[in-house]
Design a binder for this molecule. Structure first.
Ligand SMILES: NC(=O)c1ccc[n+]([C@@H]2O[C@H](COP(=O)([O-])OP(=O)(O)OC[C@H]3O[C@@H](n4cnc5c(N)ncnc54)[C@H](O)[C@@H]3O)[C@@H](O)[C@H]2O)c1
Length: 312
C-alpha cells in the first residue's frame, strides 16, 4: 500500500530533497511549511505532481491530517534565522514536537525527529557519541535552538515511554548541498557566495576550529534508513561525516574550486561557538549499515554549480 508521508519543513533545504526522494520511492507526500526560511522555489518542480501536496501551515499550531509516517524537520537551522525570533524558535521546536507527536499518537504514525549535533553544545568529548549528554549553555544566544531541540528529544522519548509511540531521533551534523539558503550565514554557503561574488571571505576566529561536512544525499540516505529500522530502534543516532576539516582549509578549497581571488579576513568568534565538532558514527554504521560516500570536493562541486545558477 502506498504510504502517506508528512514532511514538516518540507520547503527547506533538507526537507525539499527529502520530498524528492520520498516521491521517487513511490510515497504520497504532504509537505507542510510556513516558508520562514524555506521557499516554494525548492519544491516548485514538484507542484502538480500527483503524489505531492503542499500546505502552508505553522507547526506551532495543531495539524489534523491522516498519515503513516512523519518526518519532523520544521525549524530554522542557521543562527541568523533562529536568533531572529528566538521565542518563536523555541516554540517551533517544542510546540511543534508536541503537535506532531500528538498527530502521530492519533494516527499511529511512525515519527522521526530531525535533531542536531547542537544538543552536544560546546563538547568536551571528541568525537561525540550518542551517549554524551553535552555541554549546553541554557541562557545564551544559541539556547533557543539547542535547548529547544533538546526538549524536543525529551518529548519524543516521553511519548515513547508513556504512549508507546514509534519514534526515531536522528542527530544531524553540518550538512550542505544545493538549495541551502544563500543568505543564512552557514559556513559553506557563506564561503561559496563570497567567493563567487569576489567579496572577502569572513572567517570567525583564527580558522583552526574544525567542522565535518556531510553532503545532503548521504544525509538523507541515513535519515530514510533510520525511518525504516524496526520499531525497537529509537535512536538517537548521529548522522554526519566524520572527516574533519579546519574552517581555513574549507575556505581555501572553495577559493580554489571557484577560481576566486577573494581575500580571507578574520573576525572574532561569536558567543558559544563550538571549537570542534565531529560525529562518532559507530551506531549508524552498525544499525543502518551506512557511512558517507561523497567526498567534500565532489559535494562542493554540485553546491557551487547551484549557487552559480541562483546568484548568477
Ligand atoms: N542542515 C544542517 O546542517 C542541519 C544540521 C542539524 C540539524 N538540522 C535540522 O534539520 C531540519 C532542516 O534543516 P534545514 O537545513 O533544511 O533548514 P531550513 O531552514 O532550510 O529548513 C527548515 C524549514 O522549516 C520551515 N519552518 C520553520 N519554522 C516553521 C514552523 N513554525 N512551521 C512550519 N515550518 C517551519 C522553514 O520555512 C524551512 O522550510 C531542521 O530541523 C534543522 O534543525 C539541519
Amino acid at each position: 500500500m502506498t504510504k502517506r508521508v508528512l514532511v514538516t519543513g518540507g520547503a527547506g533545504f533538507l526537507g525539499s530533497h527529502l520530498c524528492d526522494r520520498l516521491i521517487a520511492a513511490g510515497n504520497d507526500v504532504l509537505c507542510v511549511d510556513n516558508y520562514f526560511t524555506g521557499s516554494k522555489d525548492n519544491i516548485r518542480h514538484l507542484l502538480g505532481h500527483p503524489k505531492f501536496e503542499l500546505m502552508r501551515h505553522d507547526v506551532t499550531f495543531p495539524l489534523y491530517v491522516e498519515v503513516d509516517e512523519i518526518y519532523n524537520l520544521a525549524c530554522p537551522a542557521s543562527p541568523i534565522h533562529y536568533q531572529y525570533d528566538p521565542v518563536q524558535t523555541t516554540k517551533t521546536s517544542v510546540h511543534g514536537a508536541i503537535n506532531m507527536l500528538g498527530l502521530a499518537k492519533r494516527t499511529k504514525a511512525k515519527i522521526l525527529q530531525a535533531s542536531t549535533s547542537e544538543v552536544y553544545g560546546d563538547p568536551e568529548v571528541h568525537p561525540q557519541p550518542e551517549s554524551y549528554w553535552g555541554k549546553v549553555n541554557p541562557i545564551g544566544i544559541r539556547s533557543c535552538y539547542d535547548e529547544g531541540k533538546r526538549c524536543a528529544e525529551t518529548l519524543f522519548f516521553d511519548y515513547w515511554r508513556q504512549h508507546r509511540l514509534k519514534i526515531k531521533v536522528v542527530r544531524i551534523f553540518n550538512t550542505y548541498g544545493p538549495r541551502m539558503n544563500p543568505h543564512d550565514g552557514r559556513v559553506v554557503s557563506n564561503f561559496i557566495v563570497q567567493a563567487l561574488q569576489g567579496q572577502d571571505i569572513t572567517i570567525y576566529g583564527d580558522g583552526s576550529q574544525t567542522r565535518s561536512f556531510c553532503y545532503v544525499d548521504d544525509l538523507l540516505e541515513a535519515m530514510m534508513r533510520t525511518m525504516a529500522t524496526s520499531d525497537d530502534f529509537t535512536g538517537p543516532v548521529n548522522i554526519g561525516n566524520p572527516v574533519e576539516f579546519t574552517i581555513a582549509e574549507l575556505a581555501k578549497l572553495v577559493l580554489e574550486m571557484v577560481g576566486s581571488k577573494s581575500k580571507l579576513i578574520f573576525n572574532p568568534l561569536p558567543q558559544d561557538d563550538p571549537k570542534q565538532r565531529k560525529p562518532d558514527i559507530t551506531l549508524a554504521k552498525d544499525v543502518l549499515k551506512w557511512e558517507p560516500t561523497i567526498k567534500l570536493r565532489d559535494g562542493l562541486e554540485k553546491t557551487i554549480a547551484y549557487f552559480k545558477k541562483i546568484t548568477g
